[in-house]
Design a binder for this molecule. Structure first.
Ligand code: R7I
Ligand code: MG
Length: 391
């Protein structure tokens, strides 16, 4: 076995079985870490890797206060998603919308996008009956294509074991603020990537990207996507087209940061950031020359995401969730966890989501069991009937 294969096997063993608690904790905590450490470079055009490593090394300083790096709107909204899913035991759009509005009114300085603020203010109105309406009114009725729906999509993958539920609820949850298909389909893609990673699908990176492309072919096959893509002058299936670019870049032995930015983007649009985050995870599955040898795959992913510049906190947050679900909690340095605000809370919530997920799995297994029992009983009685008739 090559050194890379040995390392990959060791990382997989540490993360545990598919849907293990370590993977849940890794996903939620690494998303917060990505958001917090990424804040340092948000909006920067060029970020030398040297500066990234200096920033990350500074977290090892034990005199640094706990939670010194504050989280932004990414984590604030993801927490609302988690609390809503846990309290309601599933998706409840009224409850989730109310939580978004309350969170914003209590802590408005978390760096929200300028457009989404209007939506959040309207969502706080007690007279509002259709919670999807404010988002629909954005940008001349087309809705926002920002990455705000995608940045908070990971918890949907941790709450629902069934892939169809993950897609459906990640979409509905994003539509509370982002009603353009280029916004909510980004949330579906992000949630799908976390869902697959949680199952251990990153063990086979080529199959992982192919599966995402196949799923998004279906997701982007509707009229709304075609219309939005035409108006915004994008490819017919914009996310699929970007995922093909991810696959092309993956197959190359050397790729520069400049090429990644020009092919995939690093901006606040979901289309220019979700496929980028997925690429960061795939690219960093192996050790890279520009990154320290002693870094775990998760540390490489976060560092690489920051070096792309642009919307660094959100790209690192999304890449962190996907990578965390693959490597598990032990791949995140304790010093990073300690320095980031909200990691303790994320860890506790990950455990609760893990319970909710496995409860749903068990109840669907018992329903399936009952159905197959009924089916067998029915067949048996049909069989008897036929036999009787034949007699
Ligand atoms: O998408 P959103 O919640 O936040 C996006 C990013 C995240 O990284 C956050 O952390 C925050 O830093 O910003 O916020 P929106 O306000 O919905 O969208 C973000 C920005 O995208 C807007 O301020 C617009 O500049 C732009 N945008 C659009 N511009 C023109 N036409 C989004 N949709 C449109 C559009 O349809
Ligand atoms: Mg951001």
């Amino acid at each position: 076995m090559s050194i890379t294969a040995v390392r990959a096997a060791a990382a997989a063993a540490a993360a545990g079985a598919p849907a293990s608690l370590s993977r849940f904790r890794g996903a939620l905590v690494a998303a917060v870490v990505g958001d917090c450490v990424g804040g340092e470079f948000e909006g920067a055009e060029e970020v030398p890797m040297e500066s990234v490593l200096k920033h990350l090394n500074s977290l090892d300083d034990e005199t640094k206060g706990d939670g010194i790096l504050e989280y932004s709107d990414d984590t604030a909204m993801a927490r609302c998603v988690v609390q809503s899913l846990l309290t309601r035991g599933g998706f409840d759009e009224q409850d989730m919308a109310r939580r978004f509005a309350k969170e914003y009114s209590e802590s408005p300085g978390r760096g929200y996008g300028s457009g989404v603020i209007q939506v959040l203010k309207k969502l706080s109105s007690p007279q509002l009956s259709d919670v999807y309406q404010p988002a629909r009114n954005q940008y001349n009725g087309r809705g926002s294509f920002g990455n705000g729906g995608a940045m908070r999509a990971a918890p949907f993958a941790l709450a629902f074991p069934d892939q169809a539920d993950v897609k459906r609820f990640a979409c509905s949850g994003a539509m509370l603020t982002h009603s353009c298909s280029l916004g909510y389909n980004g949330a579906v893609l992000q949630a799908l990537a976390v869902h697959l990673s949680l199952q251990g699908a990153l063990e086979l990176p080529q199959q992982f990207i192919s599966k995402l492309i196949t799923e998004m072919e279906e997701v982007e096959g509707d009229e709304a996507t075609r219309n939005d893509a035409r108006i915004l002058k994008e490819a017919e299936k914009p996310f699929c087209e970007r995922l093909h670019r991810v696959r092309d870049l993956m197959d190359r032995s050397k790729v520069s940061i400049e090429e990644v930015i020009s092919e995939l983007g690093n901006g606040i649009a979901a289309l220019h950031s979700v496929p980028t985050a997925i690429f960061c995870v795939l690219h960093c599955l192996q050790p890279r020359e520009c990154l320290p040898e002693n870094y775990s795959g998760l540390e490489r992913t976060i560092a690489y995401s920051l070096a792309l510049g642009g919307d660094t906190d959100t790209i690192a947050c999304m890449a962190g969730a996907i990578a965390g679900a693959h490597y598990g909690i032990t791949a995140i340095p304790q010093s990073w966890i300690k320095c980031c605000e909200g990691t303790e809370d994320a860890d506790v919530n990950a455990e609760r989501l893990h319970m909710l997920y496995h409860q749903s799995l068990q109840s669907s297994a018992s329903v399936a069991g009952e159905q197959s029992h009924e089916f067998r009983a029915e067949n048996k009685s049909n069989g008897t009937e036929k036999k009787n008739k034949a007699e």
